[in-house]
Design a binder for this molecule. Structure first.
Ligand SMILES: [Fe+2]
Length: 321
């Protein structure tokens, strides 16, 4: 089964108006809106990547991955926990198979969603480094505006049973470990950064990150932006609009991204990232420690346990009564 990309996430929110303001300030574009939901798209030629659904209680409603062919959807529908193939009723069409992870989180494998045409975006800043000057006689004037989101990049999940969910992510979503994290001893494996095998080309260091916690839930959703200048400008914009920062700006270790995390109005965490590592599918995973020094190289002080604890305790939609 070939899963090529992370397609979209769906979150339930009690009040859509502030959620719309937040995600527009965050740099997503409105794809469409109806009575029940608002869909946002990124600037690259993709389908919608974030859907905000009106609901009585907030929480994660779906994490969707794209399959490259309908046969992959047929293969997915044969997993014992999977639904039959059903049409997606949103604008953009397509079909999906839904399946629940061992931790009870809602996943979809989707195919055939119509992408939106790419939007014009600013070119990356031409940077004059200390040793290499590339900008001669031109001024750099970054406009103060939301940082344009190019695409959905990854999700970070908290898992109660690492071994089981790690195996499930590999067998159901074709994810492969880039790094496997251990506690105390290398045999005590507790988390992983996982990449998509896709078509075998260079790919993001992680499309899914798994961290241990007693309460399984989504920790954050992460969107790629152009460069550091855009990162800082987007941060400035969100701050000036009064939104609440979670943590940033800093540089991660595993995956190397420059990160900036913000709370949305329902308490979910959304990340801007840029300049992440790429891996080639098939490369050997690295065994790395999960300790207080493993989260970032530079940035405001933060311990992994405190970072994990910031994720809201919303119950996924299908586990509610
Ligand atoms: Fe992240």
């Amino acid at each position: 089964m070939a899963i090529t990309d992370i397609a979209y996430v769906v979150f339930d929110h009690q009040d859509l108006a502030p959620v719309e303001r937040f995600y527009l300030d965050f740099g997503l574009q409105l794809a469409y809106r109806d009575d029940q939901e608002i869909a946002f798209r990124p600037a690259l030629a993709r389908g919608y990547c974030y859907v905000a659904r009106r609901a009585a209680r907030p929480g994660l409603a779906a994490i969707a991955f794209s399959a490259s062919a309908r046969e992959d959807l047929e293969a997915a529908a044969r997993f014992p926990e999977a639904s039959a193939i059903t049409p997606i009723t949103r604008a953009g069409g397509g079909e999906k198979v839904t399946l629940t992870s061992p931790d009870g989180l809602p996943f979809e494998i989707v195919h055939g969603i119509e992408p939106y045409p790419a939007l014009p975006t600013r070119a990356p800043a031409t940077v004059n480094n200390g040793s290499t000057k590339r900008r001669h006689g031109e001024k750099l004037r970054t406009p103060l505006e939301p940082a344009p989101v190019l695409r959905l990049g990854h999700i970070a999940l908290l898992t109660r049973d690492f071994a089981r969910n790690f195996a499930w992510m590999q067998s159901r979503l074709g994810l492969r470990p880039s790094d496997i994290m251990y506690d105390e001893h290398v045999d005590d494996q507790v988390g992983s950064f996982m990449h998509l095998e896709g078509d075998g080309q260079w790919t993001d260091h992680h499309a899914v990150a798994l961290f241990p916690d007693a309460r399984p839930r989504v920790h954050h959703v992460s969107f790629e932006i152009e460069d550091l200048d855009t990162q800082a400008m987007g941060s400035e914009w969100l701050g000036r609009q009064g939104w609440k920062r979670t943590w940033g700006i800093g540089r991660h270790i595993y995956g190397s991204q420059i990160f900036d995390y913000w709370f949305d109005p329902s308490g979910n965490i959304a990340e801007h990232f840029t300049d992440g590592d790429l891996v080639r599918p098939g490369s050997e995973p690295q065994l790395v420690p999960l300790d207080d020094a493993s989260l970032y190289v530079w940035g405001p002080p933060m311990r992994p346990a405190d970072f994990v604890a910031m994720a809201p305790h919303h119950t996924p939609a299908e586990q509610r009564d």
